[in-house]
Design a protein around this ligand. Structure first.
Ligand code: PLP
Length: 426
């Protein structure tokens, strides 16, 4: 029997056991990994090998923004494979030029030079290098409740516990942390609006005292660390602080981009124009791996006379740029950004009802179709069910029981809240 025929006859149990035995499960202690064998996905559902259909409430890792198997994007992948599956990044391609034109239509005004990577992580690495080359400065300020990627610089600027395993030996120098904006549980003990946005002003204090700051990177709404929505003054204030000190603002829109918050990009909610915008995920609805680092003309112009010291074999890979054009066209045809905005009041009302009903729901917050339900043991003290350390130590988490849909009773939450697949939620 040929190897292909043998692979064709794998049982579902074999698929799971080979995956378990020969692959790493990401961000977890390995021995508890029991990957579900997924065989199909269509629209907002995915289907396991036993034929069970799941509502994909989180669009996988908040990335399948168009839903699964959009026919036009699937066709664009096939077409690109037939036309030109690969050529080195030094060449011009039609797909790359068309994507550049499309991006100029949807990105915040002023972002007009593009570096195409293959993930959000790589796009952030590009952003840090570009910021350091352009400013001639070193330090990058990010915030504790943040995730910016998994490779050396991007994990070093990640504030959450996924960084801990890399400290101190594997952490790149030059990354410093500011307090996050969290109006539900302010890390510096203030209350909005009497705080007068002290968390933004503290970043100015840091810039003055750190010196040598190249950039401040923020998720405009913090994603995987709890959908932390800043007050409306925060992003404009932060941008003004950056401008005052010649520090670049990098907006990490890997998760918040592509309509999720009811605008094409989250910064559009406050009219803020970052110096660099990084995105990935929804840019191709995650069908193919593409990341984008977009800069202003001022940054672009600097490299007309200075060496651009960055690149990858897969930069501007035609198999990613072609399908990205189809993805953006589909989002425009279906009016998905406007739809996310129009559905926000419905989602908010439903979640407010959930909050009234369940004492374990401390807060519900979000924008567009990007929402979080914060679970607490005690509404007055806002004590969480689990700590961040529980997660890295592999302890059973209440949030996982809720996501599994069968553990809510054990967690004292009454009925299941959802059956989402938010595998990297805290
Ligand atoms: C805000 C943010 N930045 C960066 C990343 C890293 O992107 P990727 O997983 O594509 O490398 C993520 C991933 O979830 C993210 O949410």
């Amino acid at each position: 029997m040929s190897e292909i025929a043998e692979l064709g006859t794998l049982t579902s149990e074999e698929v799971v056991s080979i995956t378990r035995a020969n692959n790493f499960g990401t961000w977890r202690i390995q021995k508890t990994w029991k990957p579900l064998h997924v065989v199909d996905a269509e629209s907002c559902y995915f289907i396991d090998a036993a034929g069970k259909r799941y509502l994909d409430f989180s669009a996988q890792l908040m990335c399948v923004n168009l839903g699964h198997k959009n026919p036009r994007v699937v066709e664009a992948i096939a077409e690109q494979a037939r036309e030109l599956p690969y050529v080195a990044p030094g060449y011009a391609t039609t797909a790359r030029a068309k994507l550049s034109q499309k991006l100029l239509e949807v990105l915040p005004e002023g972002l007009e030079k593009f570096f195409f990577a293959t993930s959000g992580t790589e796009a952030n690495e590009a952003a840090f290098k570009i910021a350091r080359m352009y400013t001639g400065k070193t330090k990058i300020i990010s915030r504790y409740r943040s995730y910016h990627g998994s490779t050396t610089s991007s994990i070093s600027s990640t504030g959450d516990p996924r960084r801990w395993a890399m400290e101190p030996s594997g952490k790149a120098p030059g990354h410093v942390f500011a307090p996050e904006t969290n109006c539900y549980k302010c890390p510096i003990g203030h209350t909005y609006p009497s705080c007068n946005i002290a968390c933004a002003d503290y970043i100015e204090h840091m810039i003055r005292n750190e010196s040598d700051v190249a950039a401040v990177i923020v998720e405009p709404i913090v994603g995987t660390n709890g959908v932390l929505v800043p007050p409306k003054e925060y992003m404009p204030r932060l941008k003004a602080i950056c401008e005052r000190h010649g520090v670049l603002m990098i907006a990490d829109e890997v998760m918040t981009g592509w309509g999720r918050t009811g605008k094409w990009f989250c910064v559009d909610n406050w009219g803020v124009k970052p110096d660099i915008l990084v995105t990935a995920k929804g840019i191709t609805s995650a069908y193919v791996p593409l990341g984008l680092c977009a800069t202003t003309k001022a940054i672009a112009d600097y490299f007309e006379e200075n060496y651009f010291a960055h690149g990858h074999t897969y930069e501007a890979h035609p198999m990613t740029t072609g399908p990205a054009v189809a993805t953006i066209e589909e989002m425009q045809r279906l009016g998905l950004v406007e739809r996310a905005a129009s559905l926000a009041p419905y989602v908010q009302a439903k979640l407010e009802v959930l909050k009234d009903k369940h004492p374990s729901v401390g807060d519900v917050r979000g924008m567009g179709l990007f929402w979080a339900v914060e679970l607490v043991k005690n509404r007055d003290t806002k004590e969480p069910f689990n700590t961040m350390r529980d997660k890295v130590e592999g302890k059973p988490l209440v949030v996982d029981q809720v996501a599994d849909g069968d553990g809510c009773g054990a967690a004292g939450l009454g009925e299941p809240l959802c059956d989402c697949s938010a595998a990297n939620c805290y």
